[in-house]
Design a protein around this ligand. Structure first.
Ligand code: MV4
Length: 445
């Protein structure tokens, strides 16, 4: 087992990783930017190294600074968390070159899944259902027009280097194809320095359901059930839950098997997630694979009673997994509390937290790095807390969440708490009647 892990991240996920390391008897090294010198991850780690100025590119994304911190502290592994360098194949490669274990998959696996067209082709070869679309990248507007005609409208164009919604264009009318093609290509080039785009049939009002998987270094892969992430706004998830209210035992069996097939196709090692789009007929299609631990991993932890960070570290250390699949035994719902103004287009609201009261009690888990007096820096993600409510049924979990949110006091900055409070009372949400379009028709009172 590792003796010392450097956590190449900040905020709640850095704390989350430190907590599991402590329970496993592993020493921890925090890294921090000058904007984060008073952060809890710095205080809770055994050692801490300043890696640069506030801008992410000068600190949390600065590979030479991170490697120097790992070398001077003698860390034998690096945990990247999520975001920042978590899905940077070159970083994983550099860790390996320095004899430091990257806690995650190999650079090849990250690279393969990072290119969406390559990922899709890999899934087709493995027999995993994918959304009908172009074979390979689009070569011209003329070709795009022919394929769109064959498939029928609406269609969507996506950047192969994209994911998470960047560089996408939906086409509803033939007259829009040329413009959408040019825009998607230009956007992709600007954002990713890769203008490769491909086309798919547009699935209307789908659900976003993802399957958590784990694979070890010996080729064994299992699934740890699903999370429903349909409640999102502009590709930012706001609420996640497990089980999905749309799930059936038969669908879970089929999606679980497809997710295992997907991960096995690349001999996947580490924890990861297969994202699916699910249409109203419960047809499901591979969308993307996330080769990292995700923000919403706690939802799965609560319903199957399992520490995913511990499993991820054990897999990286070469310990085999049990190989059994898991079914949710509880219902868990997570609300992401962001320092944003939900009455003002979710505009970021950084600043000092003057008053704080955190909810607790039966069935409530709060993962957060904030404290009274903490100053939320403007440089990073605006998520400040994750509230997870756990109960035996979905209705009880929603009631527990409502109660937890009513206890939560954060003063000094605006937060998404009022949004979540209204959502928990929404009739359609309570019925489990929602798709990825849900927040578009949601008016905050
Ligand atoms: C789609 C789609 C409909 N049809 N692909 C959005 C992010 C990226 N991962 C893929 N996305 C979508 N791809 C086809 N063929 C709809 C979306 C989409 C979406 C997906 C999941 C969660 C929220 C979403 C919001 C808008 C669009």
């Amino acid at each position: 087992m590792f003796k010392k892990i450097l956590i190449a991240n900040r905020g709640e996920i850095a704390l989350r990783i430190i907590r599991t390391c402590k329970e496993m008897g592993i020493k921890t090294v925090a890294v921090y930017s000058t904007a984060d010198k008073d952060s809890l991850h710095v205080r809770f780690a055994d050692e801490a190294v300043c890696i640069g100025k506030p801008q992410s590119s000068d600190s949390y994304l600065n590979i030479p600074h991170l490697m120097a911190a790992a070398e001077i502290t003698n860390a034998d592994a690096i945990h990247p968390g999520y975001g920042f360098l978590a899905e940077n194949a070159r970083f994983a490669e550099i860790c390996g070159e320095h004899g430091i274990k990257f806690i995650g998959p190999t650079p090849e696996m990250i690279r393969k899944m990072g290119d969406k067209m390559t990922a899709k082709e890999t899934m087709i070869a493995a027999g995993v259902p994918v959304i009908p679309g172009s074979e390979g990248l689009l070569e011209s507007v003329e070709q795009a027009k022919i394929i769109a005609k064959e498939m029928g409208l609406p269609v969507i164009m996506k950047a192969t280097a994209g994911g998470g919604g960047k560089g996408m264009r939906v086409v509803w009318d033939e007259s829009e194809i040329e413009n959408a093609y040019t825009m998607a290509k230009t956007e992709a080039k600007a954002a990713f320095s890769n203008d490769g785009i491909y086309m798919e049939k547009f699935v209307e009002e789908p659900r976003h359901i993802e399957i958590q998987i784990a694979g070890d270094q010996y080729g064994k892969v299992c699934h740890l059930s699903e999370r429903d992430c349909s409640i999102q706004r502009r590709h930012q998830k706001l609420v996640e839950e497990s089980p999905s209210p749309f799930m059936t035992p038969e669908l879970r069996e089929k999606m679980g098997e497809a997710a295992i097939k997907a991960a096995s196709a690349i001999n996947y090692e580490s924890v990861g997630t297969i994202e699916f789009l699910v249409d109203k007929h419960r047809n499901f299609y591979f969308m993307e694979m996330n080769t990292r631990i995700q923000v919403e991993h706690g939802v799965t932890e609560e319903v199957i009673n399992f520490d995913l960070i511990k499993e991820q570290i054990k897999i990286a250390a070469g310990i085999p997994i049990s190989g059994k699949n898991y079914t949710p035994q509880m219902h868990a719902i997570e609300c992401r509390i962001n320092a944003e103004d939900p009455y003002n287009d979710f505009r970021p609201s950084p600043g000092k937290i003057t008053v704080l009261h955190t909810p607790g009690g039966h069935g409530v888990r709060v993962d957060s790095h904030i404290y009274a007096g903490y100053v939320i820096p403007p440089y990073y993600d605006s998520m400040v807390s994750k509230v997870i409510a756990v109960a035996q049924t979905r209705e009880e979990a929603i009631n527990t969440m409502e109660r937890a949110l009513s206890e939560f006091v954060i003063e000094g900055v605006k937060t998404t708490i009022p949004f979540h409070q209204q959502l928990m009372q929404d009739e359609n949400f309570r019925k489990g009647n929602f798709t990825t379009k849900f927040t578009e028709g949601f008016k905050l009172q």
